[in-house]
Design a protein around this ligand. Structure first.
Ligand code: CUA
Length: 427
């Protein structure tokens, strides 16, 4: 009846929703039936012409008593039974699943992978793989909630661990929230869950190299990744801590009456030992020390970023040299696929505009069905495309010559996945 829940992106989401909708629908049905009867009777048997309706004396009815006791009992047992069954399945942990540690802290989420990779505010998982988030808090109660996955759990301080477990079934970006009020920036304690293909995930999780980025760009990334953004705005608005806009070079008044010029040393000290210099009108003991979390290069990157925020100059333009260094990890899979399409000379036989060169055009190829030269039919899905790249003469499309060389050994599985992503964009 009332369908308002967010996208179902995990394996168990449809079952959770089914039970939720069942409970809602039954409640709505009885609410309408009971309130409807009350209203109807109130009107039908109202006092008319100053004459009371004498209410007849009705002695109890065993038949009715039994019906309205037994029927709701059966409905409630049914709901409870399925609630337990679904909850048990939700909590079951796949021993071969991926395990990610989650650390909550005012006001950010840190994620730690089995290979030691750490992120803040963003967690990436492969599609169609069970994952388990093992969670603990460094300070107060938080609660981790990913609506699209239908999972939620409190995150508890004091060394206690809680977990959530789910299997994402769709790639995409999903918002998570902190749903336990935990202080001033509670509502900004957010994280993004990115569900990507297996190949994309493997590449991402093994990519530990910091990209060749300008310091200010890297600082901006850190500003978001390390959760600075929860407390320090860049648009001049006051959140928990002072805004970064126009901060650089400013004369800052401290709580102890002294004033200090915002330079590299002040900023570094404020990051490593925040309570040593509290800005007037701001609370102390709110910001944690980032001494173990930010190297001095990273602090310098953040300082470079703050310098771009003086409110007059736009962020420093990326150096022209950056153009030459193509960092494939920074590209989307489809962009990488396009590079492969150009670099591996697919381009000389397969057009993108529908025109026939030597081989079939890539325009609208993904998902297309047709006939092969041996009379059988094909559908251009992932498996077909992969096989056509690795072993092209095994499936020659009707009307085309068996001209393509095999790319076995020239393209990795990840490359092929990228090419497929690119093909999906060629419509
Ligand atoms: Cu953390 Cu609310």
């Amino acid at each position: 009846m009332f369908r308002y829940l967010p996208e179902q992106a995990s394996e168990h989401a449809p079952r959770v929703d089914w039970l939720h909708h069942l409970v809602t629908d039954i409640s709505v049905f009885f609410t309408v039936a009971i309130v409807g009867a009350m209203v109807y009777f109130a009107i039908r048997y109202r006092q008319r012409g100053g004459v009371d309706h004498e209410t007849p004396q009705i002695r109890g009815s065993h038949f009715l008593e039994v019906i309205w006791t037994v029927v709701p009992t059966i409905i409630c047992i049914f709901i409870a039974y399925y609630g337990v069954v679904i909850f048990r399945d939700m909590r079951r942990v796949d021993p071969n699943g991926l395990s990610i540690n989650v650390y909550a802290q005012k006001w950010k989420w840190d994620f730690e992978y089995e290979n030691g990779k750490r992120t803040t505010g963003e967690v990436v998982v492969p599609v169609d793989q069970s994952v388990r988030f093992v969670m603990t808090s460094a300070d107060v109660l938080h609660s981790f909630f990913i609506p699209a996955m239908r999972v939620k759990s409190d995150v508890i301080p004091g060394g206690r661990h809680t977990y959530i477990s789910f299997k994402p079934v769709k790639t995409g970006e999903y918002q998570s929230f902190c749903t336990e009020y935990c202080g001033a920036s509670h509502s900004r304690m957010l994280a993004k869950l990115r569900v990507v293909s297996r190949a994309e995930y493997d590449r991402w999780v093994n990519d530990k190299t910091e990209k060749a980025m300008a310091p200010a760009e890297k600082g901006k990334l850190l500003y978001n990744q390390k959760g600075c953004n929860a407390c320090h705005s860049v648009d001049g608005s006051r959140v928990v801590g002072p805004t970064f806009q126009g901060l650089w070079g400013r004369e800052e008044k401290l709580a102890d009456g002294a004033s200090v010029k915002v330079d590299e040393n002040y900023l570094t000290q404020s990051i490593y030992d925040p309570n040593s210099q509290i800005v007037a009108t701001y609370p102390a003991n709110v910001m944690p020390s980032f001494k173990d979390q930010l190297s001095s290069e990273e602090v310098n990157a953040i300082i470079a970023f703050i310098k771009t925020l003086d409110g007059s100059v736009a962020a420093a333009p990326a150096p022209a040299a950056a153009e030459a260094v193509v960092d494939t990890a920074a590209l989307s899979p489809a962009e990488r696929g396009k590079k492969i399409y150009q670099g591996k000379l697919c381009i000389s036989c397969h057009s993108l505009d529908g025109s026939k060169i030597v081989g079939p055009s890539f325009k609208g190829l993904y998902g297309r069905a047709g006939k092969l030269s041996d009379g059988s039919s094909y559908t251009a899905d992932d498996a077909y495309i992969k096989n056509s790249i690795l072993n092209p003469t095994s499936q020659v499309v009707e009307g085309y010559p068996p001209a393509m060389p095999p790319y076995q050994g020239q393209l990795s599985d990840g490359d092929i996945a990228d090419v497929i992503e690119f093909l999906k964009t060629v419509k």
